[in-house]
Design a binder for this molecule. Structure first.
Ligand SMILES: Cc1cc2nc3c(=O)[nH]c(=O)nc-3n(C[C@H](O)[C@H](O)[C@H](O)COP(=O)(O)OP(=O)(O)OC[C@H]3O[C@@H](n4cnc5c(N)ncnc54)[C@H](O)[C@@H]3O)c2cc1C
Length: 499
């Protein structure tokens, strides 16, 4: 089944509870903090019925029609198909909605490509993974995820000293029906807009934290579950004209709070297994499929930044300055690198024993590392090229509503190249991406969406083909043999040194 936007929105009206500070939000589809983001997601669903995108976003297999991000790739062309689908979704949202349905859609699809990994230790949950994957694919489910324990809880002794309850999400009871979970997880982006939340652990858990080693899925309207949102930027956008991006594309970040939430066994994928709760992401293609999407999405955002930079320097009349062209060349090179790293993941794809294929995971982590390390530099460069231009516009769109201010504005703010209104649009858009609350959140997102830099480097270390590299250096060392000193034709003095 392929859902339309209206069906998707109807599904969000399910009684889920979201808090903004002390305010309780009962319907995210109409609340001024969330409604436009909900519509942006709905537009992704509707795009599947648009002739232009339909054949990219929808795949048919064995008579089933489903979103392409649920495709388990068996060939290189399947990988290309998935990439193209991610590209369309990313460009519909200008790379600004990182946790669109294709991100965690990649988790469950990757997990279902090697479900045997979940049959381990005391539990055999492979069939749960496969059945849930079928459910998501059949019902066009939007998954979000919360796989990070809250800060401050990673050292239990701090709490034990005060005999305080550790707020990290953990299993608190178990019976024939399933598990009961309580506690919190950070930082579930898009959870307020999703159909199911994947709860898990991407960070290593220390011994003694077994009860936190649970991977399961829960619906956002589960009894006892609440979502605690950060400030929604959409609510504070002055208007769509002033803050187009904050207004439409704030995907939201929530702390998930569970108070004795019941999880039926069929929705439990890992229980009580510290090692496995983290390994499932790497021993299956889950992490690679989802984070390939992250790279594709990042490239869509760089395209926007690059395009804005070019428009701004043209509008400022500095595009002919060689130093400015050099800066644009720098940004263009970074954009090209990102695109090339995405293609490389397809070119050097991996064949899995199970008959499936996967993107090249070493290159995928390299692309994420590149992304996390360059985003703030790229934004800084675009800000530098913008100078004061982004702050020279009147406060808000009301300048156009007053005939007196409008006529002065239209006369004095225009340039030979652009009308005052065109320049207003351009610079306000740029500031929304570079200088607002929304922009600041994106700086943090791009740095941390896969974890801190040392974690991303650890992934690269794990996936690097060390044997090939060792052999390469080894083959060179093997060629070097001790032998006679070569006759370099040096004089006696030069050989022995001067007295
Ligand atoms: C905007 C945004 C959206 C997010 N969305 C999601 C989501 O959808 N789902 C989800 O599960 N998570 C999400 N996250 C959470 C993200 O996964 C975590 O922020 C990330 O893993 C980093 O963890 P942390 O914030 O607890 O930082 P910490 O791990 O506490 O790190 C903070 C700093 O301390 C340093 N540091 C900590 N430990 C070490 C160490 N051992 N060695 C060296 N340096 C160290 C780090 O380098 C870092 O600079 C999101 C985060 C952000 C900012």
């Amino acid at each position: 089944m392929i859902k339309r936007g209206a069906e998707y929105l109807a599904g969000l009206r399910d009684g889920r509870i979201v808090y903004i500070g002390g305010e309780r939000v009962d319907d995210v589809t109409v609340h001024p903090g969330f409604r436009n983001a909900a519509r942006s997601y709905a537009a992704i669903y509707d795009a599947r019925f648009n002739e232009r995108y339909r054949d990219i976003l929808v795949t048919t297999e064995d008579g089933d029609r489903f979103a392409t991000y649920f495709l388990r790739p068996k060939t290189r062309s399947d990988l290309e198909r998935r990439t193209r689908s991610c590209q369309v979704i990313a460009e519909l949202t200008y790379g600004l909605m990182g946790r669109s349905p294709d991100f965690v859609g990649g988790y469950i699809t990757g997990a279902a490509m090697q479900p045997e990994v979940f049959d381990s230790g005391a539990f055999r949950f492979a069939s749960h993974v496969t059945a849930f994957y079928d459910h998501c694919r059949r019902n066009d489910v939007f998954l979000s995820h919360a796989v990070t324990p809250p800060q401050g809880t990673r050292d239990k002794t701090l709490y034990q000293r005060e005999a305080a309850r550790v707020p990290a999400l953990a299993v608190v009871a178990e019976d024939d029906a399933g598990l009961t979970i309580s506690g919190t997880k950070m930082l579930a982006t898009s959870a307020a807009f999703s159909d199911e939340i994947w709860i898990g652990n991407i960070l290593p858990l220390a011994a003694g934290h077994e009860s936190e080693a649970v991977t399961c899925v829960v619906p956002p309207n589960a009894t006892g579950l609440t979502l605690w949102s950060r400030k929604p930027y959409e609510r504070y956008a002055v208007s769509a004209f002033d803050n187009y991006l904050s207004h439409h594309f704030d995907e939201g970040d929530c702390i998930v709070v569970c108070d004795c939430v019941k999880v039926p066994w069929e929705r439990v994928f890992v229980h009580n297994d510290i090692g496995l709760s983290r390994q499932i992401y790497f021993r299956t293609p889950a992490h690679t499929l989802s984070n390939h999407q992250a790279g594709v999405r990042y490239a869509a955002k760089l395209k926007l930044l690059l395009g804005l930079a070019r428009r701004i320097v043209k509008s400022s009349g500095i595009d002919g300055v060689p130093a400015v062209a050099d800066d644009l060349g720098h940004l263009a090179a970074l954009y090209g690198m990102m695109k090339a790293m995405i293609q490389g993941q397809i070119q050097d794809f991996e064949t899995l024993g199970s008959g499936y294929v996967n993107y090249n995971r070493h290159y995928m982590y390299a692309a994420v590392y590149f992304a996390t390390q360059h985003y703030d530099q790229i934004c800084a460069k675009v800000r530098e090229l913008s100078g004061g231009s982004v702050l020279q516009m009147p406060a808000d769109v009301s300048v156009l509503h007053n005939p007196a201010t409008r006529s002065v504005f239209e006369e004095l703010w225009r340039t030979p190249a652009d009308s005052a209104v065109e320049r207003f649009k351009l610079y306000k858009l740029a500031w929304d991406l570079l200088g607002t609350d929304f922009a600041g959140r994106h700086l943090q997102y791009e740095r941390f969406y896969m974890g801190p830099a040392f974690v991303v480097r650890a992934h690269s270390h794990r996936e690097c083909p060390w044997p090939e590299i060792d052999d390469y250096v080894g083959s060179l060392l093997d060629r070097i043999e001790p032998g006679p000193l070569l006759d370099l034709g040096l004089t006696d003095t030069e050989t022995k040194g001067s007295p």
